[in-house]
Ligand binder design. Structure first.
Ligand code: NAP
Length: 283
């Protein structure tokens, strides 16, 4: 498996497995299947409410902890967030049955962001979160966080797929040593991604599926991808992307698919800010 080196030297696989929207009662099986298929990077979050199932699958796999890369995420915390963040981290770690995570991400750029980040910096210093980062930070918020804090986020996990390509955002992140990670790499199938004519034609030339072309395009851009599937055949398909390469012309053809906007939710929309901030997780 190819990997990327984060800004603090931590190695992260370039391809992993995401578990958003997998119901808790199905997650243990899905993660067990993903580990058996060969995935070693797992991406969950406290808000997905399936950390315990991820933890059980890890435990039962018998795979040495050092061979895994486990990411979880902190949900929005009220001020003062230092204590709340530490508490939320302990809850996640307990649910996962681990004594450290490889990557701890601030899930949304809301709440007491600075308090949350200071607590995450402390967890990082203690070695309990080997790397810390953010998700859903647009360039303005990301730069503000970088300028006004000690630790630069190792990762920014953002919506990135052929219809929302984030090229200028990626450039800014590169300048500041922040690794871009894609969420929704298939746009969850929106815009008929899986039958898109440009992606289909490229796939036919390589004997690969649209899903494989979309993932290959991400990793060729140096973007970490975490496709989600509950189907073992698709898990294997999504891993099988290291034996072909997209040409410059094919990368350019895919570049034309960019709409420059989100297909999910606009983090600048007051109604969305309200909804995401008002939501509070139980313990
Ligand atoms: P996604 O990976 O873009 O798409 C998942 C969908 O594609 C599922 O419906 C899946 O169906 C289908 N699929 C998977 N492989 C396929 C294949 N080879 N051919 C056809 N269909 C296929 O969506 P996502 O789950 O939203 O994003 C990926 C991960 O990113 C998440 O699981 C989560 O870990 C992370 N994420 C983070 C945030 C954030 O705010 N930080 C937000 C969203 C997601 P089946 O399961 O039925 O195969």
């Amino acid at each position: 498996m190819q990997s990327v080196t984060l800004n603090n030297g931590v190695e992260m696989p370039i391809l992993g497995f995401g578990v958003f929207q997998i119901p808790a009662e199905e997650t243990e099986q899905a993660v067990s299947d993903a580990l058996a298929a060969g995935y070693r990077l797992l991406d969950t979050a406290s808000s997905y409410q399936n950390e315990e199932s991820v933890g059980r699958a890890i435990k039962n796999s018998g795979i040495p902890r050092a061979d895994l890369f486990v990411t979880t995420k902190l949900y929005v915390q009220d001020a003062p967030a230092e204590e709340n963040t530490k508490r939320a981290f302990e809850i996640s770690l307990n649910k996962l049955g681990l004594d450290y995570v490889d990557l701890y991400l601030m899930h949304q750029p809301y709440g007491d962001v600075y308090g949350q980040w200071r607590a995450m910096e402390a967890l990082n210093r203690e070695g309990r979160a080997k790397a810390i980062g953010v998700a859903n930070f647009y360039p303005d918020r990301l730069l503000d966080l970088i300028i006004n804090n000690e630790v630069t986020p190792a990762v920014n996990q953002i919506e990135t797929h052929p219809f929302f390509q984030r090229t200028t955002d990626q450039e800014l992140m590169r300048e500041h040593g922040v690794q871009i990670q894609s969420w929704g790499g298939f746009a969850e199938g929106k815009n008929d991604l899986f039958t898109n004519p440009v992606l289909s034609e490229i796939g036919e030339k390589h004997g690969k599926s649209v899903a494989q072309v979309a993932l290959r395009w991400l990793i060729q851009r140096g973007i970490v991808a975490i496709p989600k599937s509950v189907r073992p055949d698709r898990m294997a398909e999504n891993l099988d992307i290291f034996d072909f390469e997209l040409t410059g012309d094919q990368m350019a053809a895919i570049a034309t698919l960019d709409t420059g906007g989100t297909l999910f939710f606009d983090h600048h929309d007051p109604a969305m800010v309200n909804w995401l901030s008002a939501r509070r997780l139980d313990a």
